[in-house]
Design a protein around this ligand. Sequence first.
Ligand code: GLU
Ligand code: ZN
Length: 513
Amino acid sequence: MVTPVTDRVGDADDDVLGDLAPSDVRVRFSPSPTGNPHVGLIRTTLFNWAFARHYGGTFVFRIEDTDVARDSEESYVSMLDALRWLRLDWDEGPDVGGPYAPYRQSLRHEVYADVAARLLEAGRAYQCYCSPAELDQRREAARAAGKPSGYDGHCRELSVQQVEAYRAEGRQPVLRLRMPDRAISVEDLVRGVVTVDADNVFDYVLVRANGQPLYTLVNPVDDALMAITHVLRGEDLLSSTPRQIVLHEALREIGVADGPLPRYAHLPLITGEGNKKLSKRDPTSSLQLYRDRGFLPEGLLNYLALLGWSMGDDREIFSLEEMAKAFDVTRVNPNPARFDVRKAEAINGVWLRRLPADEVAERMVPHLQVAGVLPSSPSDDELALLRAATPLVQERMTVLDESAGMLGFLFADGDLWGTDEAAAALTSDTRPVLSAARTALAALGEWRTDSIENALRAALVADLELKPKHAFGPVRVAVTGRRVSPPLFESLELLGRDRTLARLDAAIARSGA
Ligand code: GLU
Ligand code: ZN
């Protein structure tokens, strides 16, 4: 299916794999399709992907869409789209199928109903008839008495008469898992042993009164049925792991699943401003934001890899392949990782400079189209001009979105000088500078960067005795409409003689007003 990117299996791998062969590794990415993909989710996906690819195992994509009220098809589609854009590939999933299909939980209701019935029958789960009001009341009372406030086990041993009485009242039961009366420990590959003491172990709900299976049931059930060997997920889910382990054990005892329990690795929290958890509602956590700004998948993934992981040497720039080769989940840092946009941009800039110029040109096109710099179907001439101009901006951009501001002047026609900065730069004082520049450029034989530069230096710096800033600044604004542009002389060469002279003429007319 996938060739392992490493054939070395070292000590850390013993902890991670136990008796498993590397190629037996099966991990999953299991988002709930609510809202837009956010960077935390992508970090989790990336680590799972790298883990699977490191061992030559299987990467499963499963959609956890059992919450009808919150899930949406749109969110599912945007998830697929995001993963494809990132070029993270998976081996089994809703779109590609696989031996454990279907991979959308909304299509697996019969499976869950069957498992729930078997848990009930084996006595591992039981029906609870308590109403929400009763539960609230008893919880409050427990709190007031300083006792643990989780479910109190009221319906664990109901008599046949009590059940009949509840039914006669028309009550519908929820299904609860019977939890052991003991501490539960998880050996987390990132955090070491994590223990929940017996006082905090409560019988929890698996299936609602209306028959709807909950995340608490379907997530571990599918991990068990789909033979998932390792669960890598965010730290926010650590508290659910001890209870899930109990369910996993029950599933094996009643013969619903076999094989070892999954091993867990909880990835560190991602923090944003003020070291607070980066919430998925925070707009700066939205993957779309980074796509719109023109992050490269290579750059963004490289940055996200550093949220809790590192190569081990000081190397911060690496490809997905390199990450997969080196990935070792036991080296994930349990401390919160701060999402630093500046650093993400810097890394993206490095990736932008690494790509071949023609590739950068191609990736700029959609951004230039959104900005209105290029039409929806650019002509061959426009694309050739873009390719010629790319080296000028490739060194200067951190994200592709900046290309519109930098290159707009090359594709624009008409008035470039509507902005305040242009108006401020085109005054009667600058008119003689522009006129001298025009005369010198009009007389030029060859229209090349070096001859353009020589001519302008001679006319403005030598003859008019202007400082370079005062000499070239007005020319830059006249020709590009901006005070900051790609290198001036190269820009003029690309713009061509006729367009340059026409712009100087129009700017002269305006500056004399
Ligand atoms: N659907 C769950 C979520 O999106 C998955 C949790 C898990 O990875 O176990 O939070
Ligand atoms: Zn109850």
